[in-house]
Write a protein that binds this ligand. Structure first.
Ligand code: GLN
Ligand code: ZN
Length: 784
């Protein structure tokens, strides 16, 4: 007991928590680390700006960890995770643990500190950051490990062990969580130059010794369970990849003896082959399955679950914000109990709660009824435990009946259901919606009206968002300035942007989007069926968070959303002014979506609302309308077998928005990515007149994909310069890029535009860059 009295200076307030709460068979896969009010974000950014010390940052982090552990312990969670905290990203933490630092960061051994760690994450004065990419089909982004055959691994970050000990000192016995060795390798990429010559999985024998060291230390520190996250098991794996799991865990078996090993899978259904591999792994005590997204996994479990193993049943959704339907979960759990046995069933979350918002308690402005339908991470912890208690015969009747009442209110609330919308959306299914004329004929009709030069120039929509502009919007929202003042200020901004584009001699203009702070929120705020949170932040990458709107009901458009601004902008110029909309698929994919109807249904409803807007814009005399689908690709499901269905309704939804316009109305779409190869047919099937895409690496392969893509015929605008960098591209460089594109694409379909919107850039960058872009287009026109 002496050690219990040792003062731990970091945790003066929290040190004393000890728990008499009876724990139930409950488990949490992982927890958000950013904090209920983004405390970690602000601490990180202040540290990076040199405004606070490393100790300050460490203190904020320690307080956050302590409060999370305390909260879970108080709720009665039995299997509480540790090492799910991260200063930036858990995959990068694993890279640090393995000492897999790319040589350019100049690390020369020893425990990896903030310096090297944040250089890998964010780059430093001399070396750029490591690549970042999307984590499975979530909005979270991880730092991609770069591995080569020469790499020498070493145990270089003791974070997992330190966090375990830290929790232990606070009186909380935790389950340390590690990114599993096979998933780590499958999430990596080969270092440049060795891509073809080696297989990442061949490094398994090199990283396992480090894992063994970590495991040994965790064991010595008193761990009795250890969780390996192996989410790649839900992907479409080949026999060789599956074999790697079998190999890795049998290699680890002896080091793991004396420990209960839990393998966590999540994000989708698991294939029968992966299920078989997983449940045959040696030395493993239990598995977690995502039973929210993985409804077919239930059948696999029912078809045969290894006896004596623990099933951690992920019934509480880690990726959405809805309160669990406790009665329904309980019946699922009871059925599972019959299969795996009463003492082998543990209630869990479908995945780490990292992918949902943190704490509903801070939502003071949310409508009361809607609030009763929601559960963020903190509330989900309580739900998990309530289910476990009920299974143990100690059902909290009051909690369950309050939950049942909320579920019933959600099912019957008039704010959720709009019969007319339901009917209209249901009528869309099964039928095709396309413009009557083919794209080439449409383009001819449009050209007669628009009379554009070859290689027409345009931009993607937004212009720089200045501090003044943001202030105007903020003050209007806070009712500090009148509507009249607000409209005047926005009009002034539009005038400025239009005048600039005319001076630059751009052919198809934009109004600059000064009235929008976000391309989804702007529309969500004007559509019915959407709610907004104050603190519903979800980590996107590093210190960056997004605050997705919540779609809770049938979506409709009470009144026009953009017509006022677009027609004003058009009235100030003779040149064509592009109307600017966000497409239904992007609005869907960047929101928390309702779980009481298929995603496709919700998407169709949004499509109908956008269709109304498109037609109103056309009526108001707007002849070019851009419908952004920045997030179309990222909605692709993880299972390849589900991809075709998604693309079908997603592309159909897009076509619904504009199938009713005249041939002479030109529909543009824009997408922020360039990995098209596998979905090119779907992009073509969107049947837009002009499509602008990101192409900062001037990828000619991409362009030939377009050309070969079934004689597309539509206009295409591959970005001619990268807007993510402050660099101003010289005219010759842009001309050279356009020339390369002309080698692949015919001049009559090529558009000249930047990669994406200019909202994050400064006017000092935008003016010269666009001026060079127009000069390059003119230069090439003169040579055609
Ligand atoms: N029209 C939007 C803009 O220019 C498009 C942004 C995006 O593609 N992410 O800001
Ligand atoms: Zn973009």
């Amino acid at each position: 007991w002496l050690s219990f009295l040792l003062p731990i200076p970091s945790f003066p307030k929290l040190f004393s928590f000890r728990f008499s709460v009876l724990t139930m068979a409950s488990h949490i896969v992982g927890y958000p680390r950013v904090g209920p009010k983004r405390e970690l974000k602000f601490a990180l950014e202040s540290f990076w700006d040199g405004k606070s010390s490393a100790e300050d940052l460490q203190q904020v982090a320690a307080d956050l960890r302590a409060s999370i552990w305390k909260q879970m312990a108080e709720a009665g969670i039995k299997y509480i995770p540790s090492n799910t905290f991260s200063y930036y990203d858990q995959v990068l933490d694993t890279t640090a643990m393995l000492g897999a630092v790319p040589p350019r960061y100049g690390w020369n051994g020893g425990e990896i500190g903030f310096d090297v760690y944040f250089s890998m994450a964010r780059g430093n004065a001399t070396v750029p950051a490591m690549e970042m990419t999307k984590f499975f089909d979530t909005n979270y982004h991880y730092i991609v490990p770069e591995l080569s055959p020469e790499i020498k691994f070493s145990y270089a970050s003791h974070k997992a062990v330190e966090e375990f000990k830290e929790a232990k000192a606070l009186g909380v016995h935790t389950v340390p969580v590690l990114v599993g060795p096979v998933s780590y390798l499958l999430l990596s990429k080969p270092t440049k130059g060795v891509e073809k010559s080696f297989s990442l999985l061949s490094l398994i024998g090199n990283i396992l010794p480090i894992y063994k060291e970590v495991v040994a230390e965790l064991k010595a520190a008193g761990a009795d369970w250890i969780q390996f996250d192996e989410p790649t098991l839900v992907k479409d794996l080949d026999a060789h990849q599956l074999q790697a799991f079998t190999h890795a865990y049998s290699e680890l078996e002896s080091s793991l003896s004396g420990l209960n090993v839990l393998i966590a899978t999540y994000f989708a259904d698991i294939t029968a082959a992966a299920f078989k591999t997983l449940t045959s792994l040696k030395g493993v005590a239990g598995y977690t399955f995502d039973l929210v997204r993985g409804t077919k996994t239930l059948d696999l479990i029912k078809g045969g679950f290894p006896s004596g193993k623990y099933l951690f049943a992920g019934v509480v959704d880690g990726r959405n914000i809805w309160a669990n339907d406790l009665a329904s979960s309980l019946s699922t759990l009871e059925a599972l109990e019959g299969i795996v046995g009463k003492d082998k069933l543990v209630v869990s979350t479908s995945c780490s709660l990292l992918h949902t918002a943190v704490d509903l308690v801070n939502e003071t402005k949310l409508d009361k009824e809607i609030k009763s339908w929601l559960a963020f991470a903190a509330q989900k912890v309580v739900e998990v435990n309530a289910l476990a208690k009920a299974l143990a015969g100690q059902k909290d009747e009051a909690f369950f009946s309050a939950n049942a009442a909320a579920q019933a209110s959600r099912r019957s609330s008039p704010r959720v259901t709009n019969e007319a919308v339901q009917k209209a959306a249901a009528g869309l299914k099964g039928s095709d919606h396309r413009r009557a004329t083919n794209v080439s004929a449409r383009l001819d009709a449009q050209q007669k009206k628009l009379n554009l030069p070859v290689l027409p120039t345009t931009t993607i929509g937004s212009f720089p968002q200045t501090i003044d502009l943001r202030r105007v919007r903020r003050e209007y929202k806070a009712k500090k300035i009148s509507e009249e003042e607000y409209v005047k200020a926005i009009k002034k901004e539009i005038n400025k942007v239009v005048k600039l584009q005319e001076e630059l001699d751009i052919d198809v203009l934009v109004h600059g989007e000064p009235e929008r702070n976000d391309m989804v929120e702007y529309f969500g705020e004007q559509l019915s069926g959407f709610a907004f949170t104050v603190n519903g932040w979800v980590q996107s990458y590093g210190s960056r968070c997004v605050k997705p709107p919540i779609i809770y009901g049938d979506v409709s458009r009470p009144k026009p959303m953009t017509v006022f601004w677009s027609s004003y902008a058009q009235s100030t110029t003779k040149r064509p002014m592009k109307g600017m909309l966000t497409g239904p698929v992007t609005i869907l994919n960047w929101s928390f979506v309702r779980n009481d109807q298929p995603r496709s249904e919700t998407c169709y409803q949004i499509a109908l609302a956008i269709k109304d807007e498109v037609e109103d814009l056309e009526r108001a005399g707007i002849t070019v309308i851009q419908i952004d689908e920045a997030a179309l690709r990222e909605g692709l499901p993880l299972r390849k077998s589900e991809g075709a269905f998604y693309l079908e309704w997603a592309v159909h939804s897009f076509r619904i928005t504009n199938c009713g316009v005249q041939d002479t109305t030109q529909i543009h779409t824009h997408m922020c990515y360039s990995h098209f190869n596998d979905i090119i047919h779907s992009i073509i099937d969107m049947d837009a007149d002009v499509i602008t895409i990101e192409n900062s690496r001037s990828d000619e392969k991409l362009l030939s994909v377009f050309r070969e893509g079934v004689k597309y015929g539509a206009g295409i605008g591959p970005g001619v310069y990268d807007i993510h960098s402050p660099r101003i591209p010289p005219t010759e460089e842009i001309a050279d890029r356009i020339n390369k594109m002309l080698a692949v694409l015919e001049s009559n379909i090529l558009w000249v535009n930047p990669d994406c919107g200019l909202k994050t850039r400064k006017y000092a960058e935008v003016k010269p860059a666009l001026s060079n872009m127009v000069a390059a287009a003119k230069l090439l026109r003169s040579q055609l």
